[in-house]
Design a protein around this ligand. Structure first.
Ligand SMILES: O=C(O)c1ccccc1NCC(=O)[C@H](O)[C@H](O)COP(=O)(O)O
Length: 212
């Protein structure tokens, strides 16, 4: 079992899913957000997820999802990752309704942004710290942006957590050393263009993770 686990996010082709699974991703993410170049439909996700072995957790990345979308995607995944403005009450309700593990993404730019995390205790099972997008950005995540990882150095984490935002093969060792993360999430860093996953980058990244 590697010391550091990795979620490869924003997969939309059989090749990229295959590369993530073959090279040891612990989690694979599917984005349900029409404005995203990584957007997949529930039907596409079901086809992509069909052959994924049980030890690789499938994560549905959702932004303020309604109950209809949740009902469509939940049966085919293991985790729901909420990347919108979901309150703790909504996060808890989604957990109860789906019976799935729920992760809440927190957008971070300053230390003050971290104060949102404790409010999800008892509602989410994990916090995903991601970089805060610029005002007016089309996407709430998947922008390849980093936040100041030193903000997490002495933070008293209220829940299990993962580190996200602008991670790539060149900086992942520093990301892990600085923050103490044991689960990292990557999307743009293993792409050749927005939404286009590069199987060689996926393989190289997961190889690098395994050696940390
Ligand atoms: O990736 C997207 O397009 C996306 C769209 C809408 C909501 C969330 C999205 N991504 C969330 C993720 O989990 C990404 O992996 C995370 O933001 C890190 O992305 P990156 O900085 O590109 O590695």
């Amino acid at each position: 079992m590697p010391r550091i686990s990795a979620k490869i996010c924003g997969l939309s082709t059989p090749d990229s899913v295959g590369a993530a699974v073959r090279h040891g991703a612990s989690h694979i993410g599917f984005v349900f957000f029409p404005k995203s170049p990584r957007h997949v439909t529930a039907e596409q996700m079901q086809a992509l997820a069909a052959g994924v072995p049980g030890h690789v957790a499938k994560v549905a990345v959702l932004v303020d999802p309604d109950d209809e979308l949740l009902a469509a995607v939940a049966p085919a995944v293991d985790v729901v990752q909420l990347h919108g403005a979901e309150t703790a009450e909504r996060v808890a309700a989604i957990g109860h309704a789906t019976g799935l593990e729920v992760w809440k993404a927190i957008s971070v730019r300053t230390r003050a942004d971290l104060t949102a995390a404790p409010s999800y205790r008892g509602a989410a099972q994990r916090i995903l710290y991601d970089a805060k997008p610029p005002v007016g950005a089309d996407l709430p995540g998947g922008l390849g942006l980093r936040f100041d990882w030193a903000l997490l150095t002495d933070f008293g984490h209220p829940l299990p957590w993962a580190l996200s935002g602008g991670i790539d093969i060149a900086n992942v060792a520093r990301a892990v050393t600085t923050t103490g993360a044991s689960l990292v999430d990557i999307s743009s860093g293993v792409e050749s263009a927005p939404g286009v996953k590069d199987v060689d980058k996926i393989a190289a990244f997961l190889k690098a993770i395994a050696s940390l």
